[in-house]
Design a binder for this molecule. Structure first.
Ligand code: CMC
Length: 423
């Protein structure tokens, strides 16, 4: 029972609505019974709407807080690796050594790619978009794993989670090698998750070495993207899942939602902006245009809709960015040099300081991915690999608690009724 109540008065009639207090965050007014009184609520873009209860991730944008299961992203990035965070998101606790080893072994057992996936991939032309390919491959998994799936069975749901976390990075790396017309490289059980991903994408043979700085950077990018509560793609996975749809199809729908430039495509936009600037000598000129309200240009990778002080993921990634750039020969890469100059100039510019506009996670991830040699068309695919555990943990949480099919209402503004014109 809610102790607090909110009173809504419409046309002189008062309606008491329960107000719930979450463990942390703003109180929540329960408007569910308004429909029985003949009213809907209106909230395009769901800016004020809570769609579910969740115990996975907490964000406070004003305070720059991101926590998974109560642990801050800063501490997780410092002490954990991506696979441990996957375990945390899925099972609600950090694994013991034994639990982690069993989890890792279960993932390794699923690191195989069946022939049907290779056939689907080989049907795509070399210039197909990697995100379209990923949607199709995960969609194909839904067709393959269909009869055996019982979403009411917890073991079955965990098997699905393991399978997705195991196979999605392999499919992502195979997608890159397919568009580059290169032979596939399968994962090596002796390498960590981030290292394996770079190995599968870039190695020339099974024993090619991968730099530990770059492997750590890859793992950290995945870790920092693992979950971000009810964003567009996660809400899509939940909405599709609320129909009891096949979980692989739910994840494919999440991939489709993430593909949009307003969601997963921002780090790609950072690289496009650097290309547009073209030269270090043009940075000030571009900055002036980004500050001009009559010019639509912005400094891509600066500012955030939710994090108004700083993006905690960006702070963590800034360290990795420096480590990666220090470990590479950037003197010969004008784009990376330009990124460093732009960061310095914008961080000291009055306009950006006054408006508290800081580099966000996409600024640093865009530059790091470029430094790792990943083509921009693959950037959102990297995000898919990182976000998979978040999607599947949120889906699993929804299925294991009671849920209703998601079915928003509308404010109809069309013709009320028209007679069909008879000829
Ligand atoms: N470059 C120049 N000016 C900016 C920028 C920017 N990147 N971001 C905000 N401003 C200005 C804005 O014009 C406004 O100016 P004024 O006060 O003179 O009207 C002021 O700063 C405050 O803007 P805001 O209300 O804080 O920004 P917003 O909430 O409307 O937009 C944003 C947030 C992320 C869309 C915007 O900062 C932006 O377009 N950034 C660049 C694109 C980008 O990097 N997007 C990725 C975001 S992270 C995605 C994720 O987490 O998944």
């Amino acid at each position: 029972m809610a102790e607090k109540k909110a009173r809504l008065t419409i046309d002189g009639e008062s309606i008491d609505l329960p107000v719930y207090s979450p463990s942390v965050g703003p109180d929540v007014v329960d408007v569910a019974r308004l429909i029985s009184l003949g009213y809907f609520t209106y909230d395009p873009g769901y800016l004020s709407t809570v769609s579910c209860e969740s115990a996975i991730t907490y964000i406070d944008g004003d305070a720059g807080i991101l926590r998974h299961r109560g642990y801050s992203i800063e501490q997780l990035a410092e002490h954990s690796n991506f696979l441990e965070v996957c375990y945390l998101l899925l099972y609600g606790k950090l694994p013991t050594d034994e639990e982690f080893s069993n989890f890792q072994s279960a993932i390794q057992l699923e690191q195989t790619i069946e022939d049907y996936l290779i056939s689907v991939l080989s049907g795509f032309s070399r210039d197909a978009h990697p995100m379209g390919i990923m949607c199709s491959l995960v969609g194909a998994m839904s067709a393959h794993y269909h009869n055996e799936i019982d979403i009411t069975d917890i073991e079955n749901r965990h098997k699905t989670a393991i399978r997705l976390i195991a196979k999605i990075p392999i499919l992502a790396a195979m997608t890159l090698r397919h568009i580059r017309n290169q032979e596939f490289i399968m994962p090596d059980p002796n390498r960590g998750y981030g290292e394996n991903f770079l190995h599968m994408m870039f190695s020339e043979n099974d024993s090619s070495p991968i730099s530990s700085v770059l492997a750590r950077a890859m793992d950290r990018i995945f870790l920092l993207h693992a979950d971000h509560e009810q964003n567009a793609s996660t809400s899509t996975v939940r909405l599709v899942g609320s129909t009891d749809a096949n979980p692989y199809a739910c994840i494919a729908s999440g991939i489709a939602a993430l593909w949009g430039p307003s969601h997963g495509g921002a780090n790609e936009a950072v690289l496009q902006m650097l290309k547009e600037i073209g030269d270090r000598s043009k940075i000030s000129e571009y900055l002036e245009r980004a500050k001009d309200p009559s010019d639509p240009r912005r400094i891509m990778g600066f500012g955030h809709r939710v994090y108004k002080n700083y993006d905690p993921r960006a702070k963590v990634l800034q360290e990795t960015y420096r480590e990666v750039l220090d470990s590479l020969d950037i003197e010969s890469d004008p784009t990376l040099q330009m990124a460093q100059d732009l960061e310095k100039v914008a961080l000291n510019d009055e306009y950006f300081v006054e408006r508290r506009l800081y580099p966000n996670v996409d600024f640093y991830s865009g530059i790091i991915l470029k430094a790792l040699g990943i083509p921009t068309s693959m950037f959102t695919v990297i995000f898919v690999v990182g976000r998979t555990p978040g999607w599947i943990a949120q889906w699993n949480e929804m299925i294991s608690h009671g849920y209703k099919i998601g079915r928003p209402r509308q404010m109809y503004t069309g013709d009320v009724i028209r007679d069909y014109p008879l000829k």
